[in-house]
Design a protein around this ligand. Structure first.
Ligand SMILES: [Zn+2]
Length: 248
């Protein structure tokens, strides 16, 4: 048994499709700063256009489940210039499927959820962009919704910050994740280990208290470095979202 469950970022079908979806939605996602005009597909942000009403479809959810998701997700709203519109059915900017049989909890990053709308098949277009495990009365569910909606709003994993001070034990992290989650190295690279430093981004400081930070078990690090889950939006999370979604 695992001591905790970990979310997986749903990867786009291609970096080119991801880049098109992000820049069609909001040109600032190109991250071209100043005179640096290098167009580097794969290192762009994926934020929604500020001021947008995000339609959030919940396919198979009861009114009770929709209300729990809405209540938790809405904790982001004071910090973003966005509106959420929850609907039943399968048509939405964000599409949530509850209780996938294999138990995976996952989300696409921001505008990657639009990719299927610009060239996918009808079936893909109605595909989920987020998976949540819901059981009535689960205390952890609120945290999971906060974390997955962070992804859906364009946030990456805080523990993957290129400048974190986490003393990773990389070989042991691969070994532990294979044993615990059945994850191969590519999944570990995509979800746990540090991302490459990109000169295209303006980084917020590393934030160990972020709701986007995994619990870091002892097996993943050298020495006694550890980090537990933080079940609330942090000041760093607020700064990141306010920067991405400024008020008019
Ligand atoms: Zn995650």
């Amino acid at each position: 048994m695992t001591a905790f469950s970990s979310c997986r970022i749903l990867q786009p079908v291609s970096d080119t499709a991801s880049y098109s979806a992000a820049t069609n939605e909001h040109p600032i996602n190109t991250n071209n700063t100043g005179s640096r005009r290098k167009r580097n597909v794969g290192s762009h942000t994926k934020f929604w256009k500020p001021g947008k009403t995000l339609k959030i479809a919940m396919y198979n959810a009861s009114d009770e489940a929709i209300e729990e998701v809405r209540a938790a997700a809405s904790e982001w709203l004071p910090y973003v210039n966005l509106t959420f519109d929850f609907v039943k059915g399968d048509i939405g900017d964000i599409r949530i499927f509850l209780n996938r049989p294999d138990g995976i909890e996952a989300s696409q990053i921001g505008t990657d959820a639009l990719i299927d709308d610009i060239g996918g098949t009808d079936e893909q277009r109605r595909g989920p962009s987020m998976y949540l495990n819901w059981t009535p009365g689960s205390h952890r569910f609120r945290f999971v919704v906060l974390h997955e909606f962070g992804h859906a709003l364009g946030a990456l994993h805080a523990h993957q910050h290129p400048n974190s001070d986490i003393p990773w034990d990389v070989p042991n992290t691969y070994r532990h994740c294979a044993q615990t989650f059945g994850w191969d190295k590519s999944v570990v690279d995509a979800n746990i280990l540090p991302l490459l430093l990109s000169d295209q981004f303006t980084y917020q400081p590393y934030d160990g208290d972020s709701v986007m930070h995994y619990e870091i078990p002892n097996e993943w690090t050298v020495g006694y470095w550890g980090q537990s889950e933080s079940w609330a939006i942090s000041n760093g999370d607020i700064a990141m979202m306010r920067n991405a979604y400024p008020k008019d």
